[in-house]
Design a protein around this ligand. Structure first.
Ligand code: NAD
Ligand code: 6OD
Length: 487
């Protein structure tokens, strides 16, 4: 019997009026994870109505300290049910257990903790002035929740990226309706149980499952009682969401696609650069928005670097998530596998030299139906080639040689995206000069995906609008009201 993956509305797990379901399959071996009950308009309406009502219920009357204590309870309960979350995330994504247990699940919990700390310590401004009639007036800011927040999520780090938005939204006193990716519905849905266990009032956290266009995603973002939309996903979806937000003048926060570059200079710490670029290209099978798909290596070390990265790529053993030898999992779905393999073909058609990979790995019979692709490295393409300009979101990169700082800077900036970059050099002056000149929201020097959750996170150019993280999240999840008192 297959498991039902339901919607979570007003504190209860509910099916849908239409009876429409779809199969969620495990990308490791195509086994059935469960039947997802797709939310239609009635369920989205019910979720938004529950979220709206909850703003005026006990949730809205909690003090900041009480609300934060409740959310801190959530952190403890997620950690208590760590294995349930781990199993659910792995069944949906197929990612290696070591990755999910060190990144996805702990960060899923930490995202609540950091924002309860932030909101408890956030101050507002206050000014005193003299009035024309000789009295005094003081104005001060009050942070108020925005209201009902729609959270639209991708599938690559499902719990982490959902709580990255639900954490600050709830800490600030909003209520939320989450639309997880159709490919990864399980952990957002499971979190409903934890909400109930720790006493989060009904309607504060809701989950509607389904797709984007003509489905739960579009119904939710178009809903007039949604007061703000926070989205992580592809740039073209972000454009559709921005249009939906324009109706009713609802604010949007957009974390979008990227085509991130790594710059490797001849004076780098070679072993650290190879290890770091290996992670940034291949971790999570390349399905990390911050991941590297363009590598630029200074000519004196180009051949040596290509050979070293090739060795690392070929050592990435694909396999089952709980097998300790597994270094790389499958892609998330057949749809995504087809897209990535299409790009692998495109690279070939456009004349790439295939340094390694380029296809599907040879897998044992029980894993043959999984969504596997080989870690792949290309060289020899011009900067205008499709796989050098377009986001692939797979375990692959093109490596380009360069001679001078100016030359590499021009190549890196000649792209419509501007999410992240990493610079590998021991010349700190050069690194800091480039960090200021490269058009991105996030820049790592001699490191990658090292995060302090109090810092601003977001993309430049077509990689997004807005910054979240620490106090920056409060700009989206609260409104500042000015109060002027005359006395
Ligand atoms: P996607 O844009 O296809 O889907 C994201 C979510 O939007 C899904 O829940 C989907 O159902 C929903 N959706 C799709 N169309 C919609 C519509 N018209 N209205 C409302 N909702 C809609 O993205 P994806 O394939 O799930 O994720 C991969 C993409 O996400 C990549 O481009 C990646 O770079 C990006 N990403 C960005 C960041 C970041 O922080 N900048 C983080 C992770 C992923
Ligand atoms: O670390 C984060 O807060 C974050 N938003 C990571 C995004 C990764 C993208 O795949």
């Amino acid at each position: 019997m297959s498991k039902d993956i339901l919607n979570f509305i007003n504190g209860e797990y509910v099916k849908n009026a239409s009876g429409r379901t779809y199969e969620k399959r495990n990308p490791v071996d195509d086994s059935l994870v469960g039947l997802v009950h797709e939310a239609g308009k009635p369920e989205v309406d019910a979720a938004v109505a529950a979220a709206r009502a909850a703003l005026r219920g006990p949730w809205g009357r909690l003090s900041v300290a009480e609300r934060c204590a409740m959310l801190d309870g959530l952190v403890a309960e997620i950690n208590h049910r760590f294995d349930d979350f781990l199993q659910a995330e792995i069944a949906d994504t197929g990612k290696p257990a070591h990755l999910a247990s060190h990144v996805d699940i702990p960060r899923g919990a930490a995202n609540f903790q950091v924002f309860t700390d932030t909101i408890k310590n956030a101050s507002t401004e206050s000014f005193e002035m003299r009035t024309p009639d000789g009295k005094t007036a003081r104005s001060y800011g009050v942070r108020v929740p925005r209201g009902v927040i729609a959270i639209i999520c991708p599938w690559n780090l499902p719990l982490l990226l959902m709580t990255w938005k639900a954490g600050p939204a709830l800490a600030c006193g909003n209520t939320v309706v989450v639309k997880p990716s159709e490919a990864t519905p399980s952990t957002a849905t499971l979190l409903g149980e934890v909400m109930n266990k720790v006493g989060v009032p009904k309607g504060v956290y809701n989950v509607v499952n389904g797709f984007g266009v003509d489905s739960a995603g579009a119904f939710l973002t178009a809903h007039p009682h949604v007061n703000g939309i926070t989205f992580t996903g592809e740039t073209k979806t972000g454009a559709a969401i921005m249009k939906a937000g324009a109706d009713g003048i609802r604010p949007v926060s957009l974390e979008l696609g990227g085509k991130n570059a790594a710059l490797v200079f001849a004076d780098c710490d070679f072993d650290n650069a190879v290890a770091t670029v290996t992670r940034s290209c291949f971790e999570n099978a390349g399905q990390v928005c911050l991941g590297t798909e363009r590598v630029y290596v200074q000519r004196p070390i180009f051949d040596k670097f290509v050979q070293a990265l090739k060795g690392q790529a070929e050592a990435m053993k694909p396999g089952r998530p709980f097998d300790k030898a597994t270094k790389i999992g499958p892609l998330v779905s057949k749809v995504h596998q087809k897209k990535v393999l299409g790009m692998y073909q495109k690279a070939k058609d456009e004349g790439a030299t295939i340094v390694t990979g380029g296809g599907i790995p040879d897998m044992p019979a029980d894993l043959k139906d999984g969504c596997w692709v080989q870690p792949t490295i290309w060289t020899g393409l011009p900067e205008t080639a499709t796989v050098v300009t377009e986001e692939i979101f797979g375990p692959c990169c093109h490596i380009q040689p360069f001679d001078t700082e100016d030359e590499v800077l021009n190549m890196v900036n000649a792209n419509r995206y501007g999410l992240a970059t990493s610079i590998h050099t021991q010349d700190i002056s050069r690194a800091m000069r480039l960090a200021a000149a490269i058009e991105v929201g996030l820049c790592w020097i001699n490191s990658w995906f090292l995060r302090d959750l109090r810092t601003p996170f977001g993309g430049s150019k077509q990689s997004g609008i807005g910054r979240e993280g620490g106090l920056h999240s409060l700009e989206f999840y609260t409104e500042l009201r000015n109060v002027m008192v005359k006395y």
